[in-house]
Design a protein around this ligand. Structure first.
Ligand SMILES: NC(=O)c1ccc[n+]([C@@H]2O[C@H](COP(=O)([O-])OP(=O)(O)OC[C@H]3O[C@@H](n4cnc5c(N)ncnc54)[C@H](OP(=O)(O)O)[C@@H]3O)[C@@H](O)[C@H]2O)c1
Length: 285
């Protein structure tokens, strides 16, 4: 497995396993299968409601903790009269307890909403204490990311953002590289939207390599040095998604895939007031 080195020296496997939208009761089996197949990097979040199941799978696997890379995310804290920093630390402790771990490898602010400056200060403390080996953000547009960097001490190690063939984020990636922030893709397959798996540009490239469209997409992201965390509940697909390190796309193929970029989200706009209010109104116990 190829690793990327984060801005604080922590090594992160470039490919991991995402568990968003896996129902809680199916998550333990899915994560156990993924670990048995060879995944060593897991991506969950407090808001996915399945941290306990991820933790149970880790425990059942018997894999040495230091051989795993575990990411979880902080949901938007709502403490209009209290301390967001204290609440953030409590939320982190709750995630650790649910995961059955005593540290995480990466802790992310899930959304650029609410008082995320206070949240970041709490994350900086957690990082300094060693409870989160690396800290980062998710869904941050470049302006928000740069502002956070310019007004704080620790530069986020990672920004996890929607990145797939229809929303490629090349300019965002260039800016992040300049600022020392590793790009991580969520939704590498755009969750199958836009008929990604039968796309007329991706399909012939997959056929030329005797691979699946999913493998071509993951290979394309990894060749761009984007960290990927595909989700599947099917072990055959989990194995396929991990098996992308023994072929390479040509420059011409990379250029053809570049033409698929629409430059916009297929999911939601973090600058849309209705979406901001909807996300901000979600409460995680
Ligand atoms: N930070 C954020 O705000 C955010 C938002 C979304 C996601 N994420 C993270 O990113 C991870 C991945 O994104 P995602 O789960 O939204 O979507 P995704 O990985 O783009 O797509 C998952 C879909 O693709 C299917 N699939 C997986 N492998 C396949 C293959 N080889 N061939 C055909 N179909 C395949 C899966 O179906 P089956 O399961 O039936 O195989 C599922 O329907 C999440 O699990 C989560 O950890 C983060």
């Amino acid at each position: 497995m190829k690793n990327v080195t984060l801005n604080n020296g922590v090594e992160m496997p470039i490919l991991g396993f995402g568990v968003f939208q896996i129902p809680d009761e199916e998550t333990q089996a899915a994560v156990e299968a993924a670990l048995a197949i060879g995944y060593r990097h897991l991506d969950t979040a407090a808001s996915y409601g399945n941290e306990e199941a991820v933790g149970a799978a880790i425990k059942a696997s018997g894999i040495d903790r230091k051989d795993l890379f575990v990411t979880t995310k902080l949901w938007i804290q709502h403490a209009p009269t209290g301390s967001v920093q204290d609440d953030t630390k409590r939320s982190f402790e709750n995630s650790l307890r649910r995961l059955g771990l005593d540290y995480v490898d990466l802790y992310l602010i899930h959304q650029p909403l609410g008082d995320y400056y206070s949240e970041w200060r709490a994350l900086q403390d957690l990082n300094r204490e060693g409870a989160a080996r690396a800290i980062g953000v998710s869904n941050f547009h470049p302006d928000r990311l740069v502002d956070l960097i310019d007004h704080n001490e620790i530069v986020p190690a990672v920004n996890q953002i929607e990145t797939h063939p229809f929303h490629q984020r090349t300019a965002d990636q260039a800016l992040m590289r300049e600022r020392g922030v590793q790009i991580e893709s969520w939704g590498p397959f755009a969750e199958g939207r836009n008929n990604l798996f039968t796309d007329p540009i991706l399909t012939p490239i997959a056929e030329a390599h005797g691979r699946s469209v999913a493998q071509v997409v993951l290979r394309w992201l990894v060749q761009r040095e984007v960290v990927v965390i595909p989700k599947s509940v099917r072990p055959d697909r989990m194995a396929q998604n991990l098996d992308i390190f023994d072929f390479a796309l040509t420059e011409d193929e990379m250029h053809r895939i570049a033409t698929l970029d629409t430059g916009t989200s297929l999911f939601f706009d973090h600058r849309d007031p209705a979406m901001v209010s909807w996300l901000g109104g979600r409460r995680i116990s």
